[in-house]
Design a protein around this ligand. Structure first.
Ligand code: APR
Length: 237
């Protein structure tokens, strides 16, 4: 299978945990979905942060450590190369909080669910998120903001609104080709992007080892691992 990209195409890419699977970072739903006996959906919530901030920080500290050990795989690199070949006509939206796209050379991207390598004040005090790669061994190591609030991971928890939605909606409405890579299609609003793209008249292609929950909305499904399928998938006309 080859996907042809013409000079008039504008490409919107959505990636999920599956694109980082071959870098050794586990997906959310492929395993038993448990961490330290908790469901991930029970840890990544504003309520969990209030009730048990030590647990939430432990979870994200370990994910920071895992991410620091991981390296971009051929799928991340293929997308960075595609961006370089399509100046001004390529937009990448990732649900992932790792920085493997950036480390592969992607520039034009948004992290709609936040970034592992940043923290922000738990209160909405107006101060911007700060870069933070620290792996905290305990809650008392987690720094506080100038306003007194404890820092929290700069992550969109379940029930919170994803970042950059206006820009994402605009980019989808202008795109003619949507590529969705390695996401189960179970978390909204990202699972709806394919429907928005179809409404805008775009071709929609899913790449992953199994069809996602929203498979019926795609014009093509390319079954396979992202790192094996993406390099060499595109033909630029
Ligand atoms: N290449 C491509 N896809 C893969 C690969 C691979 N090598 N390995 C697994 N996958 C696919 C799986 O088939 C599955 O459909 O990746 C998908 C991972 O799905 P999820 O674990 O549900 O991850 P994702 O869809 O990114 O989750 C969405 O949920 O927990 C929240 O905020 C979190 O961003 C996350 C969101």
């Amino acid at each position: 299978m080859s996907i042809s990209i013409s000079p008039s195409d504008r490409v919107f890419v959505l990636t999920g945990a599956g694109i980082s699977a071959e870098s050794g970072l586990p997906t959310f739903r492929a395993s038993d979905g448990l961490w330290a006996g908790y469901k991930v959906e029970e840890i990544c919530t504003p309520e969990a942060l209030r009730r048990n901030p030590a647990l939430v920080w432990d979870f994200y500290s370990r994910r920071r450590a895992d991410c620091a050990r991981a390296a971009p795989n051929p799928a991340h690199i293929a997308l960075a190369q595609l961006e370089a070949q399509l100046p001004g006509r390529f937009f990448l939206c990732t649900q992932n909080v790792d920085d493997l796209h950036e480390r592969a050379g992607s520039h034009h991207l948004v992290h709609m669910h936040g970034e592992l390598a940043k923290s922000r004040c738990e209160h909405e005090c107006g101060r911007l998120p700060v870069e933070d790669h620290a792996v905290y061994a305990s809650l008392d190591q987690v720094p506080h903001c100038a306003c007194g609030g404890r820092m929290r991971p700069h992550i969109v928890f379940f029930g919170e609104i994803p970042f950059e939605m206006r820009r994402i909606e605009r980019e989808i409405s202008e795109s003619t080709l949507m590529l969705v890579v390695g996401t189960s299609g179970s978390v909204y609003p990202a699972a709806n992007f394919v429907h928005w793209a179809r409404q805008a008249g775009a071709r929609t292609v899913y790449i992953g080892p199994e069809p996602p929950l929203n498979a019926s909305a795609f014009t093509h499904i390319v079954e396979g691992k992202a790192g094996q399928v993406l390099p060499g998938l595109f033909t630029l006309a």
